[in-house]
Write a protein that binds this ligand. Structure first.
Ligand code: CIR
Length: 266
């Protein structure tokens, strides 16, 4: 089993802004409490660091309520940062705000051009392929623009239609190791993971799908102990984390970091 899709030397996060109370959400589930969100975020950063990674934490951006969900603005692959074009109007300029930090950290940055849109939450990367879900945020034009960039980096790109009502492809799936995906039944039913071993979530646990494998640990939403047990039963080291505040604005664990390795040439 290779592993550059889940072993990382670094992560980049951004503290939640007080304006998170105005974050986008499909359904009203209560307003996030900025102080509680900050506490969850600190725990998240501490947990990533405990795996041995260096985690840089950027200052909050009050002008961008959703900017704590840094994953949607960029894609980091093989030592290259790709500036994406988030599909929501209020999030579009998050990329420009993030770009100087990506230049500082990566040296080399590629900008997604043209009129399409891609949110990082719609991109699932294994060791050799990039799977992208078309969604309300990610358009076919965006994927066409991204395709040559990821192919030049040595990845195969596959496109799927994310079922309606799911915000992002990775709201319903995550990579557990180079051959294994955690998925909801509804997303797995589309056949998008037929070349992988799939661990399906139990009914009622769909929101636990947005987990992250980061080095030796799989981080899962602590609201779902059954999923933690399921993964432990498959031999994974699991650590539950609170995403109670992020969940009120449709956020999860993967959205709050860009994960990458400094040893670019993997
Ligand atoms: C949004 O709707 O854009 C944010 N409130 C949540 C983004 C979550 N991002 C992700 O799943 N990658």
């Amino acid at each position: 089993m290779s592993g550059h899709s889940f072993t990382f030397t670094h992560a980049l996060c951004r503290k939640p802004a007080n304006s998170i109370v105005d974050g986008l959400r499909a359904t009203y589930l209560g307003t996030p409490d900025p102080a509680a969100f900050m506490a969850d975020h600190e725990d998240y950063v501490t947990a990533l660091r405990a795996t041995g990674a260096v985690v840089d934490v950027l200052e909050p951006l009050e002008d961008f309520p959703d900017s704590v969900f840094i994953e949607d603005a960029a894609l980091c692959l093989k030592g290259v940062a790709i500036c994406l074009r988030p599909g929501a109007d209020t999030r579009r300029a998050e990329t420009a705000a993030l770009r100087p930090d990506l230049v500082r950290l990566f040296g080399r940055v590629i900008d997604l051009q043209a009129d399409g849109f891609v949110d990082g939450g719609d991109i699932l990367c294994s060791d050799d392929e990039v799977i992208i879900g078309l969604s309300e945020r990610t358009t076919a034009q965006g994927v066409r623009d991204l395709q040559p960039i990821v192919e030049r980096l040595g990845y195969r790109l596959r496109i799927f239609e994310t079922p309606k009502g799911i915000l992002h492809f990775k709201s319903d799936s995550s990579l557990l190791d180079a051959e294994t995906i955690l998925s909801t039944k509804r997303l797995n039913a589309s056949g998008c993971f037929s070349s992988y071993k799939v661990i399906e979530l139990a009914d009622g646990e769909e929101a636990a799908a947005n987990a992250i494998r980061f080095n030796d640990t799989v981080f899962v939403d602590k609201k779902f102990p059954n999923t933690a047990d399921l993964l432990r039963g498959h031999g994974y080291k699991v650590e539950p984390l609170s995403v109670a505040q992020a969940a009120k604005v449709d956020g999860g664990l993967s959205c709050m970091s860009l994960r990458y390795s400094a040893d670019a040439g993997v």
